[in-house]
Design a protein around this ligand. Sequence first.
Ligand SMILES: Nc1ncnc2c1ncn2[C@@H]1O[C@H](COP(=O)(O)OP(=O)(O)O)[C@@H](O)[C@H]1O
Ligand SMILES: [Mg+2]
Length: 454
Amino acid sequence: MTWFKGLFSKKHADEQTDTPFQDNATAQDDGFNRFNRQAGAGPKHSLPTFQGTASDQLREGHRGPLDQVRFRLRDAFTPSRPITRPQMFAGRTHILRSLIRAIEEQHLHVVIYGERGIGKTSLLNILADLAQNAKYLVRYVSCSEGAEFENTFRAILRDIPLLYHRDYTPTSDEAEQGKTLEDLAGSETLTVARATDILARLSNTRVVIILDEFDRALNPAFRASIAELIKSLSDRSIRVQLVIGGVAASLTELIDRIPSIRRNIYGMQIPNMSDEEIANLIQNGQSVSGLEFGPDVMRFITSLSCGSPYLASLISQYAGIIAVDRESKLVTRADVVQAIRQSLDEIRSRLQPTLHYRIDQAYVDGLGPMLGLLACTALNAGGTLQPSTVKELAATEGWQDGFLDNLDKKYNLVSKIPGDPTDSYQFSDEGSPTYLWLRYADHEICRKESGKNT
Ligand SMILES: Nc1ncnc2c1ncn2[C@@H]1O[C@H](COP(=O)(O)OP(=O)(O)O)[C@@H](O)[C@H]1O
Ligand SMILES: [Mg+2]
């Protein structure tokens, strides 16, 4: 329980001096009001403009060095978009190595799970890329609420050319006409058995089917079909492997349906990122954007992120934008402090109004610090509030017995994890720990920073 200690008490001189950016910018560009750069600037031209075109070109009047940094920043930190480019993918090498081994050497189906924002989709994107480089046929499906086996697997079969079917040579008429495995499915309902029969005839390739956001697929029939498919593919050693990503509960359910598939599955919980991995994420963003995050600032962002790549990316992006708005390439601690507030506003806007209300009630009752510290605990432990950790925290903070029960019954902010043998709790809303932690950090840090500056 030491990760947040020091964050608020750390003596930080913010040793870096924030030198304004200087380079080959023309004198006219220096400190020049962006909006007045356009020809004929005047009242009617004072609206802000897009700085780039839809084809990713910087527009006339927006080509100063800082404009370029601002423009590159959108690819440097992408908290709202999973990583797709290997050069932007930080850390996780040992996880990738294990997943590759499970697929390539053990021919297992893979299930990865973890909290939202922990980096599952990014990991799956990079895994897909690596498999494609090794000539696997990779088909990626992001499951939707109404996902059905028939539609999903028809689309997958439609994407596999007939030339990979052992009964058709690449020069056969059908293969040359661009037919696909879906043409073999006919018009009758595509059952798991029929799909397995078709996939059993694959030759000369291996197929990896990625089913991401599996927890979003609410249809029990779909989940049951996937469990059945894993069983039949494994029983017949078919050259197709499923890689499934989602939050834990949906995947436990998947395995519970057919317990015997457990031995055909390699399951992995995606852990929080280490400090080195978060630093690596910031360094990647630094190289792409041209911004500079000093070591002190990097440590600050790392401790605020609680191992979440999403939080690290969000705070770094806002801090970068704030630095560029100051016409500087150097991101300072003060920029990060402002970035916390802006990140908090963004996350708050996504919470349900009833959740706002319940949190605000708890704050009015003086429970803000407790919620902040519990949120930090949950973020560091894959979303769970384990009794041993919580007990230790309660002893340090002097909380009365029964505080979790109170947060559950009175405010409905936490709840017992159903069926958990350790009697752990979790936050009732999956988005709330991030919000509560940042709200606490904002309050504590701003209080300290303003004390320091006065
Ligand atoms: N390995 C990584 N390197 C750099 N950034 C990452 C990495 N993993 C995740 N991120 C960042 O965190 C955000 C959330 O990741 P994502 O893959 O969408 O998580 P999940 O699928 O678990 O919800 C992404 O938008 C991305 O910016
Ligand atoms: Mg995802």
